[in-house]
Each structure stands twice: as structure tokens, then as C-alpha cells.
Design a protein around this ligand. Sequence first.
Ligand code: G3P
Length: 217
Amino acid sequence: MKFFADTAEISEIRELADTGLLDGVTTNPSLVQKSGREFIEVVREIVGVVKGPVSAEVVALDYEGMVREAEVLRKIADNIAVKVPLTPAGLKTCKTLSGDGTMVNVTLCFSSAQALLAAKAGATFVSPFIGRLDDVGTDGMSLIADIRLIYDNYDFETQILAASVRHPMHVVEAAKVGADVMTAPPKIIWQLFKHPLTDSGIASFLKDWESTGQKIV
Ligand code: G3P
């Protein structure tokens, strides 16, 4: 499973990239707003840190506008994945861009039918939003499982990017049902490392080691 960081905070991206476990980054207009940064400038900085796919989202709603904005975004770097919403215009844009060899992330996917359309439009990634489905009392994870089944039935190459991840178990469950990628806020990625038994195990090993008086040299 690939790990993407869902943030536009460059310091958080640097810190995660330093682990060697970060495969990409996703941004959206809300995350850019939260960062307080200028969009193009912050995306330029991110692609300087992360070699894997960096999603940058268009904000136009019509096909011509989306293609125009995508032109600006994809010129930033080869690893830009243009993010488009799951609408008829978004999918038409996806078809055009993927035909030109540009990576496309189709976002705001909330149903299997929508995911099927994204794959037919040649999306590199489809982003089903687990947490937002859970928020309205439906099972976000079962959508990931359904999309996996459908994509495997037809050997679609579109990667399932589990998004709107709210806690570590979302990551584990998405991995169990076969999501190709997950994107999560950095805080959740750091939580994946943590286990109290790891901390107490290190403390007791070190205490015993110190009492031996030995050194590794
Ligand atoms: O980037 C898209 C998605 O991950 C947003 O998550 O928590 O705002 O539903 P959230």
C-alpha cells in the first residue's frame, strides 16, 4: 500500500518524507486555505520534496476551465496528478488529460457507480472518501471493498486511493480490503508507528543493557 500525506503543510511533508515511507501527497482547496499559502508556490515546494505523485486540484467547474487550470498545474512538475471532481465535466477532463499521459486523481467519489465511471475515464487514482461516508451513517469501508471487486473484474488499472481517513484503523481496514493507496493527515500517519508495548519494551531493554556496562563499538 502506498502512503500519501493529505496536507499542504510543507514542514509536515518534510518530516514524513524523512522517514523514507512517504510515497506522495494530496492537497485540496481546503488544505491550501488552511496552510495560508499561495497555491502554486506551495505545490512547487512540495514537488521539490516528494518525488511521487502530488495531487493539485482544479477549481473550475466547466470542462474548458478545468483543462485550462490543469495546463497550469501539470507544467509545475512531471509528478503532478491533476485532481478533478467526480462530475461529467471532471470525467471529460480526466479522459482528455489521461489521453495526454497526465496523471489524474478523480476526487469526491462516494459510490461504486462513480468509481466505475472514473476508471472508464482513465483515472490514475480514484478517491473514495471513507470518513465523510461514515459521517452520514454509511459504511465507507464497504465502498472501498466494492470498488476493489469491480476493478478486479475488469482489470482496470485505476488505483483506489482511500481518502478522508480519520484514524489508524481506517488505514488498516483499507489495506485489508485492498486499497492501493491511502492518504491521511500526517498526525494519523505518525499514529501508525505507535504502540505502548513498543515504548515499554524499549525502556526495559535499555535498562537491562545499561546494567551490563557494555557498548556497541
Ligand atoms: O483530500 C481529500 C480528503 O482526504 C479529505 O478528507 O477529512 O476532509 O473528509 P476530510
